[in-house]
Design a protein around this ligand. Structure first.
Ligand code: UD1
Ligand code: CA
Length: 460
């Protein structure tokens, strides 16, 4: 049987007070609209239409190939929004899931249950409802004497008695598409907000003798809608708890879930331990048996197995198995560490490849460099990669030993097994096995402290 979905996402989200369309505000790293699309896809929906309006270009870019996008030029209400998808569904016969782009916690399983129930009962429309301790802001579900759904009343149109109702409309429905778009034409904006309410369709169906059903969702948090930034933060917290819960169930230790932040598209392997104050963002993938944090931030990076990262920032980088990073290291985009590389304290690495078993233990800047295997880079080494106009490369061969406080003025090459003397400013390439030293000969002036002009150092 055919199954399609329409996601209503045209509203500006006035209460967000933002330049960004509401549905593009991220929740655990994904725009809320993407969370909804993922749930719809997960429920087995083949064809999805997103109704966009405010910031439609941005919305369409985010949607990409995952759904068709239709424009609702003026936001006249949810019924009007759904009507815009009509032409795209002209040839469609079957069930239609309708949901809002601002309820990102919705899960695929819940949608699948709604669809199953809708089909099993053979009704024209099924509303997903839930009981809320505080139903403020949501449409109330009004039932008749037999307990059947009679209508949905928006809060602003509700009588005092209706306002007391705790069962609310989640804004998620399953409809039979046959007759739906004709029925939408009968909705008028005769209400407190002067909008075409999709919720009015329930009353229209009931009055015309078409069967309407309801599925009550147990956990109201799953359908929390986001209208302002306070709700955005609340939903983020639920999503975070869910992401961390899934990781823990899959064998990841999260020492303190309250101070750990993992985006919903990140992956973490079994037996990895995540210490507090760690932020794992974007499409980061972390292997097994790692120790991450405390205080690590990783963005769109890939980390192998058995890696340890302490108090460091890692952006768009790749770390091979058994690397050790930090504390206080900064790996910038396009950094690639081989197997068992050590990057120690106060080291910055940018757009560089560091070979297997190499060490950059302390206080260095390595940029635009290709470093071989088993290289040791002494404390304070700097690649001088920028001449004020252009970035230049540095190459260091396998087994080379870079003395402390070396300046490598790029473009420059240090051959395999070559050495640089501590404190040298290397401007000429050093062949394999050679030593490059560049520093003035040391002068020793005897009895310096005995001179009148010199202030005595008091040793006690
Ligand atoms: C809506 C429901 C309410 C329900 C609540 C659940 C109606 C009339 N009310 O109220 O019963 O309890 O959702 O969260 O449907 N949109 C458009 N075009 C428009 C208007 C809205 O695309 O012209 C989209 C918005 O972008 C949003 C969704 O529809 O994603 C819901 O709109 P919103 O204004 O947030 O409706 P609520 O007042 O929350
Ligand atoms: Ca809403």
């Amino acid at each position: 049987m055919d199954l399609a979905a329409v996601i209503l996402a045209a509203g500006k989200g006035t209460r967000m007070k933002s330049k960004l369309p509401k549905v593009l505000h991220p929740v655990c790293g994904s725009p809320m609209l993407s969370c909804v699309i993922d749930a719809v896809t997960g429920a087995g929906v083949g064809k999805t239409v997103v109704v966009a309006g405010c910031g439609a270009d941005l919305v369409a870019r985010e949607v990409g190939g995952r759904a068709e996008v239709v424009l609702q030029a003026e936001q006249l209400g949810t019924a009007h929004a759904l009507a815009q998808a009509g032409p795209l569904l002209r040839d469609f016969t079957g069930s239609l899931l309708v949901l809002c782009g601002d309820t990102p916690l919705i899960e695929a399983g819940t949608l699948a249950d709604l669809i199953d129930n809708h089909r099993a009962t053979g009704v024209s429309a099924t509303v997903l409802t839930t009981e809320m301790a505080d139903p403020a802001g949501y449409g109330r579900v009004v039932r008749d004497g037999q307990g059947r759904v009679a209508k949905i009343v928006e809060q602003k149109d509700a009588s005092p008695a209706e306002e007391q109702v705790r069962e609310v409309n989640t804004g998620i429905y399953c409809f039979e598409v046959a007759g739906l778009f004709n029925a939408l034409d009968r909705i008028t904006p005769a209400n407190a907000q002067g909008e075409y309410y999709l919720t009015d369709i329930i009353d229209i169906y009931v009055r015309s003798g078409q069967a309407v059903g309801a599925v009550i969702l147990k956990d109201p948090n799953e359908v929390k809608g986001i209208n302002d930034r306070v709700q955005l933060a609340e939903v983020e917290q639920y999503m975070r708890r869910r992401v961390l819960g899934d990781l823990m169930k899959a064998g990841v230790t999260v020492i303190d879930p309250l101070s750990t932040f993992v985006d919903r598209n990140a992956r973490v392997g079994c037996d990895t331990v995540i210490h507090p104050f760690t932020i794992i963002e974007g499409k980061t993938v972390i292997g097994e048996d790692c120790v991450i944090g405390p205080g690590a931030r990783l963005v769109d990076s890939t980390v192998g197995n058995g890696v340890s990262i302490q108090n460091s920032v890692i952006l768009k980088s790749y770390l091979g198995d058994r690397c050790s990073v930090g504390p206080f290291a900064y790996l910038r985009p396009d950094t690639r560490l081989g197997l068992g590389v050590k990057v120690g304290d106060f080291v910055e690495i940018k757009k560089s490849v560091i070979g297997d078993g190499s060490k950059v233990p302390h206080l260095s800047y390595v940029g635009d460099a290709t470093v071989g295997k088993k290289v040791n880079i002494g404390a304070g080494t700097i690649t001088c990669n920028y001449d004020g106009k252009k970035k230049w490369p540095t190459r260091i061969g396998d087994g080379a030993f870079i003395g402390s406080n070396t300046n490598l003025v790029a473009p420059v090459e240090v051959g395999e097994q070559a050495f640089t003397g501590a404190g040298s400013t290397i401007t000429k390439s050093i062949p394999a096995g050679a030593l490059g030293v560049e520093r003035a000969k040391q002068t020793v002036v005897e009895n310096w402290s005995g001179r009148k002009a010199v202030k005595k150092n008091t040793l006690s």
